[in-house]
Design a protein around this ligand. Structure first.
Ligand code: ATP
Ligand code: MG
Length: 416
């Protein structure tokens, strides 16, 4: 079954008072951006608490799976409904449209695929198929009450499919939604969107992006709250390879389907790491290195106009992520550091990375700069005063190295 129209439901942004219009506009523009990856044949517009997508042109361009897949990357969307439109008329005039919609959906042969993808919404067999009509009278001029429309259409559906279908108002298998607007919108499936808030409504942040499992998920989570992202990646050639860098670019590209374009700063961190290795106590290497990473990430964050930093840290996951270690890293930052995974177990993070599609890339086996100069027994409870004293040993020369790292950083514009 081909659909020429999709009705989009959004949640949280509906309750934003005066900001509502700008939230809706942001959502419309993100829907447009996502669909532009398929083509230019879409008309996206706002309509009383909904966003409508009309597919222009002929039917073969309206592959439902593809459209839904793209819409499912748009933060702010909670439901996607493939819709059939009919002219606004009396309940008698509307009924045949509803009946033929249901009969077509019932004969749906692509059902298998649909069900596999989007969950079981409509049973392929009519045996005992129970339904309920839910009318929404968005058009307040419409002269018939919703309850009466429900009753009338319910009766007509029963008439049309005798013995195959029954009413169940408490736990129906199939909901038949009928929204009365300038036209009638008829739908039955509500496919889940990612939720969250539309991009561009909540500032921007700098993601410290490594090639691991955690940081892409952390970026996705913050972006889901309407935040656009930039990213910083530290590599250590020749200790880390071009391929390791490419993996990070690939990860940025995967999340950019959701987060929008990402300005990725690639920083050559080798000389700073070597200096730390040479001059500082080895059990403090990681923590000192992380302090330099945060300083550099914050530098680019300010340059790019970001308001916060994001890392993929999770409390206690490794030595550098204990409470004491996080205190030491935060000490060098003046911006807030968001750590959305702080309370997550590894498995929770893996589940999310599978869901957003980064997992397969994250587990590719390329070295990370953090793992190259690690001590056998890193401090797990670093003391800030001790760390600061160790860092003094770098005083001679680190300024130059930092300057060089900032100046030689490469910028890659990543876009899905
Ligand atoms: P991930 O799976 O995201 O790599 P991790 O569990 O390996 O995380 P660490 O290596 O301690 O943890 O890194 C903690 C966080 O520091 C990462 O989530 C990321 O935000 C940041 N980070 C680590 N290495 C790098 C790097 N090479 N470039 C940029 N950020 C990094
Ligand atoms: Mg890592």
């Amino acid at each position: 079954m081909f659909y020429k129209t999709y009705l989009i439901k959004y949640g949280e942004i509906g309750v934003k008072g005066k900001n509502r219009a700008s939230f809706e506009e942001a959502l419309v523009s993100q829907v447009r951006a996502a669909l532009s990856r398929i083509g230019e044949h879409f008309h996206v517009w706002k309509e009383q608490g909904r966003i409508i997508v009309d597919v222009l042109g002929d039917e073969k361009e309206t592959d439902a799976d593809e459209i839904i897949r793209e819409l499912q990357t748009v933060f702010g969307i909670v439901g996607i409904c493939p819709v059939v439109k009919a002219p606004l008329g009396t309940p008698e005039e509307i009924a045949p449209h509803v009946v033929s919609f249901l009969s077509e959906l019932y004969h749906l042969k692509m059902d298998e695929r649909w069900r596999e993808k989007h969950g079981e919404q409509l049973d392929g067999s009519a045996e005992g198929l129970s339904f309920k009509v839910h009318c929404r009278r968005a058009n307040k001029q419409y002269p018939v009450a919703s309850m009466d429309v429900n009753a009338y259409l319910g009766e007509k559906i029963l008439d049309a499919f005798p013995g195959q279908i029954r009413v169940d108002v408490h736990d129906p298998k199939v909901m038949v939604y009928v929204e009365l607007r300038d036209e009638v919108y008829i739908y039955s499936q509500v496919l889940p969107g990612p939720g969250g808030m539309p991009l561009g409504t909540n500032g921007s942040a700098m993601l410290c992006l490594s090639g691991g499992i955690d940081s892409p998920v952390a970026g996705w989570m913050i972006s889901k709250r309407g935040v656009t992202l930039d990213a910083t990646y530290f590599h250590a050639p020749p200790y880390t390879s071009e391929r390791a860098k490419q993996k990070v670019v690939d990860l940025a590209r995967i999340i950019s389907r959701y987060t929008g374009p990402i300005r990725l700063h690639v920083v050559n961190f080798t000389d700073i790491q070597l200096a730390i290795y040479e001059k500082c106590p080895h059990d403090e290497l990681t923590i000192i290195m992380r302090r330099y990473m945060m300083r550099i990430a914050e530098h680019f964050a300010k340059e790019d106009g970001c308001q916060a930093l994001i890392t993929g840290e999770s409390l206690g996951q490794v030595a550098s992520q204990t409470m004491q270690s996080l205190v030491c890293t935060d000490d060098v930052c003046s911006m807030p550091v968001f750590r959305p995974l702080i309370g997550f177990d590894k498995q929770d993070i893996i589940d999310l990375s599978l869901k957003i599609g980064t997992y397969e890339t994250s587990i590719e086996p390329y070295e990370d700069c953090c793992t190259i100069f690690v001590a056998k027994h890193p401090v797990t409870k670093p003391r800030l005063d001790v760390i600061k004293r160790s860092e003094m040993k770098l005083a001679d020369g680190i300024g130059e190295l930092m300057k060089k790292a900032l100046e030689t950083a490469e910028v890659i514009e990543v876009k899905a």
